[in-house]
Design a protein around this ligand. Sequence first.
Ligand code: ADP
Ligand code: MG
Length: 367
Amino acid sequence: MALIEFEHVFKRYPGSSNAAVDDLNLHIEAGEFLTLLGPSGSGKTSTLMLLAGFEAPSEGAIRLDGKSIESLPPHQRNMGVVFQSYSLFPHMTVAENVAFPLSVRKVSKTVIAEKVTAALAKVHLENFTHRKPNQLSGGQQQRVALARALVFEPRLVLMDEPLSALDKKLREEMQLEIRRLHRELGVTMVFVTHDQSEAMTLSDRVAVFNQGRIEQLASPQALYDAPANPFVANFLGDNNMLNCTLAHGGTGSVKTATGQTLQARICATTALNSDATLKLCVRPEFLQVGTDCAALATPNCLNGTLVDLIHQGDHWRVVARLSTLESGPHSAALQWFAKVSPGALPAGLVVGQNVSLGFRPEDAWVF
Ligand code: ADP
Ligand code: MG
């Protein structure tokens, strides 16, 4: 049995026509690190608030160990919570902040002292017990919040964008800290972020949210290597897209909006007999760049004009404009980009010249 089960859960806020959480079905396994990833407004925080008990579902069931918890108040759910903004009590010291969940649970002073010391040691803040929150850096404050969420040994730790106020380097350090804590403590963690690289760093599984629904739930690698649809392909990793239709006579062949027939992987969910406009998707690291198609040994090749060439340290970003046959407001020019390692870039490329983008059929998905 899963630790947590959401079954057909809806959350509708008063005065809003769309459900913030729209028929959510989700199982969370004991001990896993699950991330809810999605754009702003996709229902991640609402889902976490339903789980923590700060919001009640409009419909559906939420179970912990198979038992319904909808009527259980937050403090009886045995879940530690860390929010985006540092929600520490400013007038209390670090030690008092961490002790708070134990004090309200009427734990004895001696036990509190032991547990606070142990929790602060876990987040490497044992020497900061007497400081006030405003005497700490942002990263240290979030460590205190984490220690406070862990101190009463909860079954679950819920975190809502806890690192988003930190700068990049500190954020990455804290990600590794949280990974270590998850491994050492074996506690179940549910983490909310809109940052795909954070989700990939931390998670056993990632649920990709869009408009209150889960588009796909899988390991980071499975989401990256086999996205279920263009939304997931675009949200996790970079992606280029081109409209296409299925070409007659071939299951793996499509006619693109640039007028070519290309070989691609037709993903299972696509109706094979349809005349509908489909999306061809290719990740930029799978594109090879040449001065013409003859220079590339790949079965698929698109021609375009070089628009920009940007040095990004470990790779070059090569931006090309493809001309499409489609009419309509967005049709005139379509930009694709490739990520090319420095050694693989043709010499002497100049903006404005013709370039070709080549790729293998197995690296092109059609949805
Ligand atoms: P996320 O955390 O993914 O950004 P939220 O769960 O905060 O998304 O919000 C999902 C949707 O619900 C959004 O459209 C948001 O405007 C709406 N929403 C969130 N909280 C409330 C609230 N307290 N009252 C009304 N609407 C809300
Ligand atoms: Mg949110």
